[in-house]
Design a protein around this ligand. Structure first.
Ligand code: SF4
Length: 73
C-alpha cells in the first residue's frame, strides 16, 4: 500500500540530509528546505504519497533527520 510522507518545515533546519540520502523521494525546494519530488507530491510541496518500493528510502531520510521533521504513515 502506498504511504504518506510529510515534512514539517517549522522543524526543518535545511541541512539537506534527507535529499542527500533519498533523492527519489526528497528534493531541495526553493529555500533549501526539502519537498517531495514532483511525481509523488500532494497538494502541498511538503507532503506526498510514496509507493511501497520507496518506503525504505524515505525511511532512511526520516531516521537520519536530526530534528525529527519527517513523518511517515
Ligand atoms: S533531514 Fe530533516 S532537517 Fe534536514 S533537510 Fe531534511 S527535513 Fe530538514
Amino acid at each position: 500500500m502506498p504511504f504518506k510522507v510529510r515534512i514539517n518545515w517549522d522543524l526543518c533546519i535545511a541541512d539537506g540530509v534527507c535529499y542527500a540520502l533519498c533523492p527519489q523521494v526528497y528534493e531541495a525546494g526553493p529555500d533549501g528546505k526539502p519537498q517531495i519530488v514532483k511525481e509523488y507530491r500532494g497538494s502541498q510541496p511538503f507532503e506526498g504519497t510514496i509507493p511501497d518500493e520507496l518506503k525504505d528510502c524515505a525511511d532512511q531520510g526520516r531516521i537520519a533527520c536530526p530534528v525529527g521533521a519527517i513523518s511517515i504513515e
